[in-house]
Ligand binder design. Structure first.
Ligand SMILES: NC(=O)C1=CN([C@@H]2O[C@H](COP(=O)(O)OP(=O)(O)OC[C@H]3O[C@@H](n4cnc5c(N)ncnc54)[C@H](OP(=O)(O)O)[C@@H]3O)[C@@H](O)[C@H]2O)C=CC1
Ligand SMILES: CC(=O)N[C@@H](CCC(=O)OP(=O)(O)O)C(=O)O
Length: 351
């Protein structure tokens, strides 16, 4: 802790979308001082070279990736780094005695062989996979308090699991029947340019991608299997849509009995009671991505179809906030024993 009693925070990957969003929120966090912003490719430069809107940040010079230097400047470090990078860097940061919140997919899957099958590179050490707590705050928040290391969930899994877990746990839907149709804005792919995401390719366009191959499939299945008590597989299809931020996950499953929409709303509101970032809509009302834009909310709506016996669940988040930086700060708050909402109480930007 610094003399001001503020926790000193460093951000690796500070020049990426997740990192810049961490800075935006942490600048308004009363218990945090950003003491180091880190870049592997622009060390020594000022962060405002690339991001003039961050001129209010007191620490401007980008540091290189040096665990000992980070330890000399900070108590807690966010690693907003690509999968593969985090897996190698996090063990070094933990060895320095830093508290770590990792935003990548590297520590979310408990079984290293499953990780390697989906991510196509070596898994981090098994001991750390075991140690990492999966920081889906509304589900595992109680385990996070006092921890040194949290693995922040993926963006699609956050929207999807918050939408499915209450019904799966209550046994109201057949877990074997789940189909997830998910759409993301292009910031979900990070700041690097690609043929997939550049303007002429995605403007006025929609693309389906990674069908049956998406790295979030094992993450979703792992959490649903724990919730249902037996192995669950899902059909999960992702789409890139022409917007900057936002995820909409539309989920379909067979109801195990006759349920009204009011009963579903009651179940979910009860399940998420005291969890300020999940908002359940009135029966038959569905959320839109703009209604969570720039905020840490996850909004959920339902339709139960008596004719087909199927339930439709729609869950929306801002991928960069609840899907990444916002939930990472929520995890910081839980780790430190602070109010869960500290620094995160921003209303969505609308329109
Ligand atoms: N965007 C999103 O909506 C979400 C992202 N995530 C995950 O969060 C992480 C960050 O994502 P995002 O910010 O979008 O990605 P970006 O591609 O926008 O940024 C990643 C940053 O990592 C840094 N980096 C790259 N290689 C290294 C390295 N070897 N060592 C240290 N830093 C490195 C780069 O900065 P520099 O070159 O300056 O070092 C880059 O700016 C990823 O793991 C991503 O999968 C998770 C949920 C949602
Ligand atoms: C639009 C888009 O491309 N989204 C990314 C989301 C990646 C992400 O969140 O990364 P993790 O692997 O760290 O979870 C994707 O579908 O792969």
């Amino acid at each position: 802790m610094s003399e001001s009693n503020q926790v000193k925070v460093a951000i690796v990957g500070s020049t990426g979308y997740g990192g810049v969003e961490l800075i935006r929120f942490l600048l308004n966090h009363p218990n945090v001082e950003i003491t180091s912003v880190i870049s592997s490719s622009n060390a020594g430069e000022s962060i405002t070279e690339g991001f003039p809107h961050l001129s209010e940040l007191l620490v401007q010079r980008l540091d290189g990736v040096d665990p000992a230097l980070i330890k000399s400047k900070a108590d807690v470090v966010f690693t907003a780094t690509p999968s593969g990078v985090s897996g190698k860097l996090v063990p070094q940061l933990l060895a320095e005695g830093l508290k770590v919140i990792d935003l990548s997919g590297d520590f979310r899957i408990k079984d290293g062989a499953v990780y390697e099958e989906w991510y196509k590179h070596d898994a981090p050490p098994a001991g750390l996979l075991e140690q990492a707590v999966y920081g889906l705050c509304e589900e595992n928040g109680a385990q996070v308090k006092g921890l040194d290391f949290v693995s922040n969930p993926g963006c699609y899994p956050t929207a999807t699991l918050l939408g499915l877990l209450p019904a799966v746990k209550e046994g109201w839907i057949d877990p074997g029947s789940i189909i997830i149709d998910a759409k993301s804005g292009v910031s979900g792919a990070g700041r690097g340019t690609s043929l997939m995401t550049h303007y002429a390719e995605i403007n006025e366009n929609m693309k389906v991608y990674k069908v049956n191959k998406h790295q979030h499939i094992p993450e979703i299945e792992q959490a649903l299997s724990i919730a249902s008590g037996s192995p669950v597989t899902v059909t999960f299809t992702t789409h890139l849509v022409p917007m900057t931020r936002g995820i909409m996950s539309t989920m379909y499953a067979k109801l195990t009995g006759s349920r009204s929409e009011q009963e579903l709303v009651d179940l979910y509101r009860h399940y998420y009671e005291g969890r300020p970032f999940v908002r359940v809509r009135e029966p038959g009302k569905f959320p839109a991505t703009k209604e969570v834009f720039g905020s840490n909310y996850c909004d959920i709506g339902f339709a139960a179809d008596a004719r087909t016996g199927r339930l439709t669940i729609v869950s929306v988040i801002d991928n960069v906030v609840k899907g990444a930086a916002g939930q990472a700060i929520q995890n910081l708050n839980l780790m430190m024993g602070w109010e869960e909402t500290t620094g995160l109480q921003l209303s969505p930007v609308y329109p």
